[in-house]
Structure formats: C-alpha cells, structure tokens
Design a binder for this molecule. Structure first.
Ligand code: ARG
Length: 460
C-alpha cells in the first residue's frame, strides 16, 4: 500500500520510474527556508482562527525550526518518493509530531503553498539583486574620478563618431543598471501579493484569515482570486525577463571591454586575476571572464521563452507542468547573480591605457561634428555646414592629414564664415571639451552626472 500523503484512494504503489520522473526535490530543495517560513505563518494563522490550539501551533513552529536546521546541516536526506520539498518537510513534521504534524496542511494545498514559496523566494532574490546591482553601479561610479581626464572615441556602428570623457561610458552603464533595478522593483510589486489560502484552486470552507498570513509574511496584499493564484506564474515570467534584459546589459558591456582590451584597440588592460592564459600560446591573456558573462546571457535569455512556452497552453488552474518553472527560474537567477558577484571587482581593477588612446585619438575625424556645429554657430544652415565639413574631411583623407592641420585659408576657401577661432574646437580633446548640453559627454555635463550618482549611491 502506498504511504503517500495523498495515498488514501490508491490501491497500488506508484511505479518507481514514475516517482523518479515526477519528483522535484532535485529542483526545489532550495525552497526549504521559504517553505518553512510560509508554514509557520500558516500555523500561526490556524491557531488564531481556532483550527490549532496554541500549544499545537507552538510545537509545529518549533519543530519546523528544527527541521530547517537539519536541512541546513544536511541531516535530512532526500527521498524521491516524497516528491518535493513541501512533502519532505511535512513528512518530517509528522514523523516528529505525529497527529499534531498531520494538522499543518489544514486549509492549504501544495498549489497555494508552492506559489507562496516561489513568491517569497523571488522577493528575496530581487532584494539581493538590487544590492548586487548597486554594488556594480558603485564600481563604475568609483572609477569615474580616475577616468575624467581621458577622452575616448564614442562609436555608432562601431565607427568612430564623437569624442567623450571616458567616465561618460561608465555612467551610461549605470543608467542601464538603474533601469534594471527599477524593473525588478516594479516586478516585486506584483510578486508581493500573497497566494496562501487559495488552497487547491477554489479556496476553503474553513474559516481562515488570509490577511493575517499575508501580513506575517510581509506581503502587501492578498490575491483576490483563488483560481488565478493556483495557475499564476506571471511573476516568474516577468522576473526572468528582468534578468534577461539585465544579462543583455552585462553582455553588451562585456563585449565592449573584450574589444577594448584587444591589441587592435589597446584601450583597456584587464587585471591578471581576471584573465587566463593559453595552454599553447605563451603570449596570450584571454578575457574569459568577460566572454563567459557574454556567453551566459544566452541561457538567461532562453529562460524567457522557456517560461512563456510552459504557460501558453495551460487551462486554469494548477497543472503539473508548472513544476517545470523552476529550472528556468533558478538557473537564470543563479547565472545573473554569479555575473554580478564577479563584475564589480573587474570594473574596479581594469585600467584604461591613456597613451594608447591618445596616440590614435585624432584618427577618424572625431571633431567633424564639432566643426559642423561651429559653422552653425557662425550662421551657416545645418545642411550646408554638414556638406562643407564632409568635403573638408574628404580633402584631409586625400592628403592624409587631420582637420586641425588645414590652414585658415583652406577653411575659408571652403566656407568664408570661418575665423581663427575654428581651431578652438578642432582635435578630439577640444571637440569633447566643447560638449556642454545636458546629458552630453563633455567634462562639465559628465561631472554633473557624476555628482548625481555619487549622491544617489551614498558616495558623496
Ligand atoms: N512540486 C510541485 C510543483 O513544484 C508542487 C505542487 C504539486 N501540486 C500538485 N497538485 N501535485 O509545482
């Protein structure tokens, strides 16, 4: 005969192959801590409404603490026949408390239980990610001071475009990670609604107090519809999307630094501790950490379609398919957290190579736009100024010189509006210095941004 918690109506035991196939303890053991928190809140509520005595409640709460400690120290072993973490904990409780333990699952189902556990888990995960993201922002902000005097080319289409203060790059990444924080915080609002008490799918005939469990677990609200609770994994889909976009930001940054650290660019030196050598080519210093940050984004992004495809064909309410939300969720979270643990140190320790950057700073006509804007200030219509500078660039290319090498006569031949002040905006450094608009990459505006971030991150 089956000894399953749900075995009452069964005459034959579950096939071992089925047990192995349907188990989720190999996936959800990490929910132990939140499962215990949820069960303790549930027990307290049951006592409050008279479904448990105060003494029974105390026994259950204390025994759950003990089980939690046993799980942490590895003293509780997993058995596939107990399916999942919820059944393991309940079985241990019953083993230790007998009939009192058999009362815990009153007015509850694993359906609202697992939803509650996952929400508690995701909420904690979001709070941790928020701290990790802030840590990465701090790393970028803290290195700005060192890179305020270095003018680097900025690119569109990976073609040299305009010169900016290097710190402008670091603060651009801060903005992206700030939006990631905001997205996670917004996702958290929907995570923070309590499923517990929806029971299997229809609620319960027992006089439970859902407000109380919600309050005790720190949820801001109680979910209104039990059918929705039992089937809802929107918060998992949203969360993995937030992770996917965050991983995309990390990946873009990693790619940029991989490029910048090539011999071809030579802009950036990565720290030895964060690069690896080659087993055959003695000269190599490979940016493996950055490559893996870029590479690992693939599996985080893949979690989004994985969760959506899982959900797209499900009728209300709980379906066992939902158990498959965990591999995607946990892997995406672990992967992003691991990247965020590593990235700040790398950001701090990498060094721009000012000489290499300066040696080629005036290649590629980074000052062409500044020259065009100089002409506009002298009254030349924008389109005409654009055309004039285009012609001057072509002239320079043919001669193999820079814009600043042209004589005043040559400038005036191209456009009579030019005077000797033109040289004040020519050359990448002067062109960058002339950038003054709000949010631009010139020294002044970047310093303004920097003080905003220092203040915001408590670094001021
Ligand atoms: N292990 C299951 C999961 O992760 C728990 C819920 C099981 N519910 C059920 N009605 N069989 O989704």
């Amino acid at each position: 005969m089956s000894k399953k918690a749900w075995g009452g109506r069964f005459q034959e035991p579950t096939a071992p192959k089925v047990e192995a196939f349907t188990e989720s303890i190999s996936l959800d053991a990490r929910l132990a801590e939140v499962d215990i928190r949820g069960s303790q809140a549930h027990a307290r509520m049951l006592a409050q409404v008279g479904l448990l005595t105060a003494d029974e409640c105390q026994q259950i709460v204390e025994c759950l603490d003990e089980i939690g400690r046993d799980i942490q120290s590895g003293r509780l072993s997993w058995r596939v026949e107990l399916e999942d973490i919820h059944m393991h904990i309940e079985a241990a409780l019953i083993e230790r408390l007998g009939d009192v333990g058999r009362k815990l699952h009153t007015a509850r189902s694993r359906n609202d239980q697992v939803a509650t556990d996952l929400k508690l888990y995701v909420r904690d995960a979001i709070d941790r990610l928020d701290g990790l993201l802030t840590g990465l922002q701090k790393a970028f902000v803290e290195r700005c001071g060192m890179d305020l005097d270095i003018i680097v080319p900025a690119y569109t289409h990976l073609q040299r475009a305009q010169p900016v203060v290097a710190a402008h790059y670091w603060l651009a990444y801060c903005e992206k990670f700030e939006r990631d924080r905001q997205r996670l915080a917004d996702c958290r609002r929907r995570v923070n609604v309590c499923p517990l008490g929806a029971a299997a799918l229809a609620g319960t005939t027992l006089p439970i107090d859902r407000e109380q469990t919600a309050r005790e677990l720190g949820f801001a609200d109680v979910a209104r519809n039990s059918l929705d609770v039992s089937s809802d994994r929107d918060f998992v889909a949203e969360f993995v999307f937030c992770l996917a976009l965050l991983a995309t930001h990390l990946s873009g940054w990693a790619e940029e630094w991989i490029l910048w650290s090539t011999t071809e660019f030579g802009f950036l030196k990565l720290p030895d501790a964060y690069t690896t050598g080659s087993s055959i080519m003695p000269q190599k210093r490979n940016p493996d950490v950055l490559e893996l940050i870029r590479g690992k984004a693939a599996r985080v992004i893949a979690a989004v379609p994985q969760v959506l495809v899982l959900l797209k064909g499900l009728p209300l309410a709980y379906n066992r398919d939902l158990q498959e939300d965990k591999p995607a969720l946990f892997d995406a979270y672990d992967t992003v957290a691991a990247c965020l643990e590593l990235a700040p140190e790398l950001v701090r320790a990498a060094r721009l190579q000012p000489e290499a950057i300066a040696a080629r700073r005036d290649d590629g006509f980074l000052d062409a736009t500044a020259l065009m804007e100089y002409l506009i200030r002298r009254g030349v219509p924008m389109r005409s100024a654009h055309e004039t500078v285009g012609r001057l660039v072509k002239q320079c290319e043919q001669r193999g010189c820079r814009l600043q090498d042209l004589s005043l006569e040559e400038f005036r031949a191209a456009c009579p509006a030019v005077d000797e002040k033109v040289y004040e905006v020519l050359g990448a450094e002067r062109a960058a210095a002339a950038l003054g608009s709000y949010g631009s990459g010139g020294r002044g505006p970047v310093e303004e941004q920097l003080s905003y971030w220092r203040q915001k991150l408590g670094l001021a």
